[in-house]
Write a protein of this length. Structure first.
Length: 344
């Protein structure tokens, strides 16, 4: 399985940030390779099969592209052919990075099936598309699906359709998501990711449309097994998604931060670590003497002080030491050891 407990699966979402250019698409793949993500993902669609000529643009699309063109006209400029996707998959194989693409129509599903990806990414907009879900579910392959704009009931229904169609529950990962570009921090609601986990008992992740990388890193610390993040060669390029995408250096920082957090999460067992054991005696304290003590004296609490280093008698025994007889002459500030005293 791609999604596992040992390593967060990081998807660099190239999406349509290639602007219809194969040269730019390959540059995106190169940037994903340098960033050391696990997969680079595109979007496969036949625009006329997905969008009505009467469909309006989203507000964020109006602000980032021409206002006079329709959503269909905008998306047609961002469409790559099936042959071009074949070429991109081969390029990914040459670069040793996993190729993924999200289908947005039934014909694109059929095409991507021929590419034997073994992993399907279902976008938020298809979560109520029953025929679409049934078709992908029937393949019994690994599925990651996003849940932007969804209620818990929408997620429950989609999950049931995928399972009823033939996909095993353990092969499904559900991504919390917000479908606004960029997503305001006040709308992230990252705790909803945990609600999904507890409600359905599935692997969880986060599809991040916020600016920056901190929310993705926080999601990993909360248990996300998949992170998906849009990226671009430059935020200055024309197109609907560039301004809400990471640039290459930011993508590298995201991957490095996630890998650091993975290591930092640890086993959950609270014990001294290998690196800190050498500091125990330096940082902790032990029992010392506050004055010169003669042999045979009975130690009082006033005779004892707690100081560094910590390689003598642990302070947790201080009240047991009170009342003990000394077995030798001892000096002020001398560290006390059990062989210095006659235990009660």
């Amino acid at each position: 399985m791609v999604v596992n407990k040992e390593k967060v699966f990081i998807i660099a979402e190239a999406g349509v940030n290639h602007n219809g250019s194969m040269k730019l698409a390959k540059e995106l793949i190169d940037a994903a390779v340098v960033a050391k993500v696990d997969a680079v993902k595109f979007q496969t669609f036949i625009a006329e099969n997905v969008i009505s000529k009467h469909a309006e643009k989203a507000d964020y699309q109006k602000s980032t592209t021409g206002k006079n063109e329709s959503q269909l006209e905008m998306v047609k400029k961002l469409q790559l052919s099936f042959d071009q996707f074949d070429e991109l998959k081969l390029y990914c194989e040459e670069k040793a990075i996993m190729f993924l693409s999200t289908p947005f129509d039934m014909q694109s599903i059929d095409f991507l099936r021929t590419m034997q990806m073994g992993l399907w990414k279902v976008p938020s907009g298809e979560i109520t598309n029953v025929p679409y879900l049934q078709k992908i579910g029937s393949f019994n392959e690994e599925i990651i699906f996003s849940t932007g704009m969804s209620t818990l009931g929408d997620i429950e229904n989609a999950l049931a359709i995928l399972i009823d169609s033939g996909t095993q529950k353990e092969n499904i990962t559900i991504l919390h998501c917000n479908t606004e570009y960029p997503t305001p921090m006040t709308d992230v609601n990252l705790n909803a990711m945990l609600t999904i986990k507890h409600a359905f008992g599935v692997n969880i992740g986060y599809s991040d449309h916020t600016l920056g990388i901190e929310v993705s890193v926080a999601a990993v610390a909360m248990g996300a097994r998949v992170i998906e993040k849009h990226f671009t060669i430059s935020n200055l390029l024309d197109g609907p998604d560039h301004k809400a995408s990471l640039e290459p250096n930011e993508l590298k920082n995201l991957v490095a931060s996630i890998r650091n957090i993975e290591q930092a999460m640890g086993t959950g067992i609270k014990l001294p670590t290998h690196s800190e054991k050498k500091n125990i005696n330096i940082a902790r304290k032990s029992i010392h003497l506050s004055r010169d003590i003669s042999i045979g004296e009975i130690l009082t609490l006033e005779d004892l002080v707690v100081k560094r280093p910590g390689n003598g008698i642990d302070p947790k025994f201080i009240y047991e030491i009170v009342g003990c007889l000394t077995k030798e002459n001892l000096l002020e500030d001398q560290q006390l050891h059990f062989n210095n005293i006659e235990w009660k």
